[in-house]
Design a protein around this ligand. Sequence first.
Ligand SMILES: Nc1ncnc2c1ncn2[C@@H]1O[C@H](COP(=O)(O)OP(=O)(O)O)[C@@H](O)[C@H]1O
Ligand SMILES: [Mg+2]
Length: 316
Amino acid sequence: MMLAADAVFSTDLPLPGRRQGKVRDVYGLPGRTPPALLVVATDRVSAFDVVMPTPMPGKGRLLTQISMGWFRWLREQDLVADHVLSTDVPAECLQDPALAGRVMQCRAARVIPIECVARGYLAGSGWAEYQRHGTACSIPLPKGLRQCERLPEPIFTPATKADQGHDENISPVQAQEALALDPLWSRFGGRALAQRLERLTLELYVRAAEHARSRGVILADTKFEFGLALDEHGEPTDELLIVDEVLTPDSSRYWPADRYEAGRDQPSFDKQVLRNWLLEEVAAGRWNKEAPGPSLPDSVVELTLERYREIARILA
Ligand SMILES: Nc1ncnc2c1ncn2[C@@H]1O[C@H](COP(=O)(O)OP(=O)(O)O)[C@@H](O)[C@H]1O
Ligand SMILES: [Mg+2]
């Protein structure tokens, strides 16, 4: 087993403008034209939107490897440009050996504040809403669908991109309205921009799900983020880019196809082990689902990492 000393929990690189997401640290790369960013996938893990205090050594590298494999695939699809410039460690931090394999130099973008989710199966928040209202993101669905059942056709179920806390599911029409009402996004198409994101998200999902299925896994759902490339003055242009990570187990639900059965929860290639352990902690009154999360036992770290390694191997 890898030692915890190999884990990257947080970075402090000699680059300006550090922003820390739940999992990634993002920096500016000075002097690049057009403007570029360094995205560092750390070994942090989050669950229920809380970052755990215990890192998972090597997780950031696995995520970067999976995401890059899909970015290469995406270029062959020729549907949308992406933000990746290179996976080289930039000259400013060459002396930092921990960065190799976990960084992406990217075109800087103004990120569109809509999480673009496509679902082909009824799980997670989609299943929760369906049980209460018979809908997912207000999209009416046939009656009598079971948990994790395949949908008649994939649906676009967007969410707001909350700076803090939980993202909120909205209807596709609300996504259009949100972009139409915002002065910046309305300049770049507003409603039409949202419709373009919807079509792209669904087309990418259908193709990626087909590819995953050929490897024996079901891509039940996934989330994409898009942005407008910035020009040399830092202003958004009309060049749409797919940004962030793509089709990783952190942004997608992957299920082993040979064990799929509707009507129950599915085993999955993600943080299920961690989530289940955390739910036991909650049930035992030892955690209230708020920050800080509890320290994770070695077994939970190792079993979760094993799931990430397995999906990386399958998709490689
Ligand atoms: N090309 C890009 N330009 C600007 N921001 C980006 C780009 N790619 C990704 N990001 C942002 O970088 C952050 C990545 O960190 P992450 O840990 O995923 O954050 P979060 O907690 O919001 O999920 C996200 O906020 C994402 O929107
Ligand atoms: Mg993220």
